[in-house]
Design a protein around this ligand. Structure first.
Ligand SMILES: [Zn+2]
Length: 113
């Protein structure tokens, strides 16, 4: 995983994806990213907008879900989220240090080719 801004990481496996920190789940959430010009993302890391709604579920219980939109750098949780941030809108948080360490995320190197 590579840190591409304070708020976003990318990964290449199993397919190219961009991820950000979800404070409700205290975890990273990823969405697929087309290599060239993905229409879902505006490529503005500080004023990020994704056209599609994010929706993640766990296990067999349909209420175990995290659903939100990211618009102009704010994350807007739907009220159906299973966590404490349901219905909350806030500035998309920076990826916190404990996540960077637990995933061993490296900053993008300016010297790489
Ligand atoms: Zn979440």
């Amino acid at each position: 995983m590579i840190l591409v801004s304070k708020k976003f990481v990318t990964r290449k496996t199993p397919a190219l994806a961009i991820g950000h920190y979800c404070i409700g789940c205290d975890d990273l959430h990823f969405v697929p990213l087309k290599a060239k010009g993905d229409e879902n993302f505006n490529y503005k890391f500080n004023l990020a907008t994704f056209k599609k709604t994010f929706h993640f579920t766990w296990g067999d219980d349909a209420s175990n879900q995290c659903r939100y939109m990211i618009i102009s750098g704010t994350i807007r949780y739907f009220s159906c989220c299973m966590h404490n941030y349901a219905g909350v809108a806030m500035t998309l948080p920076d990826i916190p240090q404990h996540i960077l360490e637990s995933f061993d995320i490296k900053p993008k190197k300016g010297t790489s080719k």
